[in-house]
Design a protein around this ligand. Sequence first.
Ligand code: ZN
Length: 244
Amino acid sequence: MRSRSANRSGIVIRRRVTPAGDIIVSLLTPQGKVKAIARGGVRGALSSRLNLFHHVGVQLYQTPQADLATVQQAVLEGALPRLAEPERYAFAHLMAELADALFQEGEFSEQAFDLFAGALRGVSHQPDPEWVALVMSHKLLGLAGFVLQTGRCARCGAPDPAHPDPLGGQLLCGGCASLPAYPPASLDFLRNVVRRSVRVSMEHPVLEDERPALWRALERFVTVQVGNVQSWRQLVPHVAAAPA
Ligand SMILES: [Zn+2]
């Protein structure tokens, strides 16, 4: 295998600085997820460009010996400054963690990139970033093949379950459930969000006091189905404070 360089354009979904001052980033690009290292990057001009949520164009250099491609250049192609607002930042971080867990390196997915980029724009611009994050989390999960089973009780298989499933984040029938049924709007959301357009979902937000239950279910569903998202738990609102 020869050494080679490649140009990629993508969004920084993970950024870690090593003790040696290197920056290791994961980018979500239309060609899939890419992980790369900017050696000594923390002391140079790359540092401010390779920030979380920045859309960057990078020149990568891959040698057969190294695991990670090296970032040789990076240019800022787009940024969403409002994501720095604390509430928006938390939801953007949540989306980035989820995307990082859902999409693997080498998997080509222009659709995943477009959906994630749209999620970040929505969290940045919409007046209700929490609702954007709930809708887009389910859309990203659906794209990756993780869809809530809403037709049958997750425990006994009875049709039309309507109650929360505190263990798996799915739905339970009245006979299996220990919690009261979801209110109609929440149930409609859970049953339809994946196939409904984002636009329609955004026009019909679930009331704020129904959302904690939806977040708890989403956190359970992601933990059980996707796994490997330890930091996600702390990011999910209404879950971090609850006992494990
Ligand atoms: Zn049941």
